[in-house]
Design a protein around this ligand. Structure first.
Ligand code: SF4
Ligand code: SF4
Ligand code: SF4
Length: 583
C-alpha cells in the first residue's frame, strides 16, 4: 500500500493511502471529536461534529469519511470549526432530555463529555424533546428512544455486525426515532439480546437492564445463602473501570471485592466451563467416533447464538450441543451438589452470575431446563458494568484490595476453562479434552494457535493422532452465515461435511467483547483482554478440563459419567424453532 504525505495543522504526516483524516490526525496526537463514528463500523458521516477545513475545498469536510490525499492541507481546529461543532452539540441538546443525574450513562457518556469539553452552559434554541415510551420488554436491554441522538451506531451494529436487523430508524425529519423493526416491542422483535447495541451506543438510549437492586436485597436477607460466580471474560475487563490497563488479570481482586460485598461463597464460572467441556467433549466423541448424532457438532454456550439459531437457522437444531452454558451448569450444581455437601436448603441458596453478557439475563429463564435443581438455577445475572458500580457504591477500594482465592468446591479451574472468554477458546478447550478422550493420551502441546485471533472466521484441520478433525470458529453473528452455508451446500449435494466441529460466539472477539463489558471496545482492546486470558491459561496448574481435580471429584461423588443420567438431568438443555417476530 502506497504512503501519502499531507499536512495537518502545519504538521507533516505520512500515512498509508486510504487512511481517513480522522485517523491521520490521531497519528500526530490530534483528537478530532466524533459521535456517530465507531472504529467497528464503516463511517457514515451522520452527526457532522468531526468537520475540518481542507485547503481548496469550499465547504468543511467530515474527517471520519474523507480519505487523505497527497499534499492535502488540513485544519482541524480554529474558532470557526469549533463554533460549528458547538452548534451541532447545541442542536442535539435542544432535543435531548438532559437529565444526566438519573441517566444510566452518566459519567460514561460521550455526549455529556463533549458538552463538558466544549463548556456548554446554555442552549440558545427552544427545547423540544420527544415524548416517547421506554421499551423494557426484554430482560436484557432497555431502549429509551428519547435519549437517542440519531447517530445510528446501534442500528448499524445490529444490522451489519450482527445480521439481526432488530433496530431501525422510523419516521422522518424531526420525528425520526430509533425503534425495533416493524415498530413492535424489542421482545417481539428478532432481537437476540446480545447487547452490542448498548455497548456501541454513545449515550443512554440503549443500556443493560440493571439488576443490582435484586442482588443488594438478597445480600441483605439473612435467610439467604448468597453465592456468586464470575465468567472468564469478567476478570480481564473489570479492571478498566478502576484504572487498570485492558487485559490486566483481576481474578483475585474480584473474588476479594465479592467477599466484601457480603457473598457467602465465591465460585468461578471457569469451573462450569470445565464441566461444559467434559459434556461437550464427550458429545463430540460420541458423534465423531461412534456416529451417534449429527455432525458438525456446534457449540451452544452463547445464548444469543442459540437464540439466533432458533430464529434464523432452525435447520441446525440437531447439530447443537445439548450442553448448557457454563454458568447455568454452575447454577444447577450449586443448588444440588454444593447444597448437599454443605447441608444447605437449596431454596435458600441465591445464585448470582457476573457475566460480560446481557443475553445471560434472558437465558436464566429460557427453558424449563433452567430450573433443573427444582428452583431457578441462576437467580440473577449482573454484567461486568453492573458489578463495577456495585463495588464503587460499596466504597471498596478495588485497586488496593489484596488478591484472594475463591471457595471450594465449584471454584478450581483449568486453563481450558479460562480461555472460554475469547473467540476460539471453547474450541481449543474442547480439543484439548477430546484429544484425550479419543486417543487416551495427553497432548504434548495444548496450544491450538489456529483458532486464536480476531479474524471473523477461522478454519483449520487438526491432526488428532492421525485422524483429521475439520473445525471452524466464527464470532460476530454476521460471520456465521458463511459457515452455515458451507454446511447447507454439502448437505444438499450429499457431500462430505466441510467441518466436524464449529464454535460460534455472537459478540466480536467472543465474550471479552460482550455487550455487558466496560464501554469502548475496539479490536485492539478485545485482543488485550484475550491476551490476559491466555496469560491466565499459561499460569494454571492444569491446562485441560479433564485434569481439574474438582471436576474429577464432582463426577466421582455426584454426577457419575459425562452424558450419564444425572448429567443429562442437570447439565443439558433443548432447543426449538422460534418465530422471528414473536406471536
Ligand atoms: S445520555 Fe448522556 S447527555 Fe444524555 S442524559 Fe444521559 S448522561 Fe446526560
Ligand atoms: S441486543 Fe443485539 S440483536 Fe438486540 S437490538 Fe441490540 S444489537 Fe440488535
Ligand atoms: S458472545 Fe459471550 S457475551 Fe456475547 S452474547 Fe454470547 S455469551 Fe454473551
Amino acid at each position: 500500500m502506497g504512503m501519502i504525505e499531507l499536512e495537518i495543522n502545519g504538521i507533516q504526516v505520512q500515512v498509508p493511502s486510504g487512511t481517513t483524516i480522522l485517523d491521520a490526525a490521531k497519528k500526530v496526537q490530534i483528537k478530532i471529536p466524533t459521535l456517530c463514528y465507531h472504529p467497528d463500523l464503516a463511517p457514515w458521516a451522520a452527526c457532522g461534529i468531526c468537520v475540518v477545513k481542507v485547503e481548496g475545498s469550499a465547504k468543511m469536510l467530515r474527517a471520519c469519511a474523507t480519505p487523505v490525499a497527497p499534499g492535502m492541507k488540513v485544519i482541524t481546529h480554529d474558532p470557526e470549526i469549533v463554533n460549528v461543532r458547538r452548534t451541532v452539540l447545541e442542536l442535539i441538546l435542544s432535543t435531548h432530555p438532559n437529565d444526566c443525574l438519573q441517566c444510566p450513562r452518566s459519567g460514561n457518556c460521550e455526549l455529556q463529555k463533549l458538552a463538558a469539553d466544549f463548556g456548554i452552559r446554555d442552549v440558545p434554541y427552544e427545547h423540544r424533546a420527544m415524548d416517547l415510551p421506554t421499551d423494557e420488554s426484554t430482560p436484557s436491554i432497555i431502549l429509551n428512544p428519547e435519549k437517542c441522538i440519531k447517530c445510528g451506531r446501534c442500528a448499524l451494529v445490529c444490522q451489519n455486525m450482527q445480521n439481526v436487523w432488530a433496530l431501525e430508524f422510523l419516521g422522518r425529519g424531526e420525528n425520526t426515532r430509533i425503534a425495533p423493526s416493524a415498530d413492535v416491542s424489542l421482545a417481539e422483535s428478532p432481537c437476540i439480546k446480545c447487547g452490542q447495541c448498548s455497548a456501541h451506543c454513545p449515550v443512554g438510549a440503549i443500556y443493560e437492564k440493571d439488576d443490582t437492586r435484586a442482588v443488594w436485597d438478597a445480600l441483605a436477607d439473612d435467610d439467604l445463602h448468597c453465592v456468586v460466580q464470575i465468567a472468564p471474560a469478567v476478570r480481564v475487563a473489570i479492571g478498566e473501570a478502576f484504572g487498570f490497563e485492558p487485559g490486566s488479570l483481576q481474578t483475585g481482586r474480584t473474588y476479594a471485592a465479592l467477599r466484601r460485598l457480603g457473598f457467602d461463597a465465591i465460585f468461578d464460572t471457569n469451573f462450569g466451563a470445565d464441566l461444559t467441556i467434559m459434556e461437550e467433549g464427550t458429545e463430540f466423541v460420541e458423534r465423531f467416533v461412534n456416529g451417534h448424532g449429527a455432525l458438525p457438532l456446534i457449540t451452544s454456550c452463547c445464548p444469543s447464538w442459540t437464540d439466533y439459531m432458533e430464529k434464523y437457522a432452525p435447520d441446525f437444531i440437531d447439530n447443537f450441543s445439548s450442553a448448557k452454558s457454563p454458568h447455568e451448569m454452575m447454577g444447577s450444581m450449586s443448588k444440588t451438589y454444593y447444597a448437599k455437601k454443605m447441608g444447605l436448603d437449596p431454596a435458600k441458596i441465591y445464585m448470582v452470575s457476573v457475566m460480560p453478557c446481557t443475553s445471560k439475563k434472558y437465558e436464566i429463564t429460557r427453558t424449563d431446563e433452567m430450573f433443573s435443581s427444582g428452583y431457578q438455577d441462576i437467580d440473577t445475572v449482573v454484567t461486568t458494568r453492573e458489578l463495577s458500580r456495585m463495588i464503587k457504591s460499596a466504597g471498596i477500594d478495588f485497586p488496593n484490595l489484596p488478591e484472594e482465592e475463591c471457595d471450594s468446591i465449584l471454584g478450581e479451574y483449568s486453563g481450558a476453562g479460562t480461555i472460554f472468554g475469547a473467540t476460539g477458546g471453547v474450541m481449543e478447550a474442547a480439543l484439548r479434552t477430546a484429544y484425550n478422550l479419543i486417543t487416551k493420551k495427553n497432548l504434548g502441546d495444548v496450544n491450538f494457535m489456529d483458532v486464536r485471533g480476531i479474524e471473523g472466521v477461522k478454519e483449520a484441520t487438526i491432526d488428532v493422532d492421525g485422524t483429521p478433525v475439520k473445525i471452524a470458529v466464527a464470532h460476530q453473528m454476521a460471520n456465521v452465515e458463511h459457515v452455515l452455508d458451507r454446511v447447507r451446500e454439502a448437505r444438499e449435494k450429499g457431500e462430505e461435511m466441510p467441518y466436524h466441529f464449529i464454535e460460534v460466539m455472537a459478540c466480536r472477539g467472543g465474550c471479552v467483547g460482550g455487550g455487558g463489558q466496560p464501554y469502548g471496545a475496539t479490536d485492539e482492546l478485545r485482543k488485550k483482554r484475550a491476551s490476559g486470558l491466555y496469560t491466565d491459561d499459561r499460569g494454571c496448574a492444569h491446562r485441560c478440563s479433564h485434569e481439574n481435580p474438582e471436576i474429577q471429584k464432582i463426577y466421582s461423588e455426584f454426577l457419575g459419567e459425562p452424558l450419564g443420567h444425572l448429567a443429562h438431568r442437570y447439565l443439558h438443555t433443548t432447543y426449538r424453532p422460534r418465530h422471528l417476530y414473536a406471536k
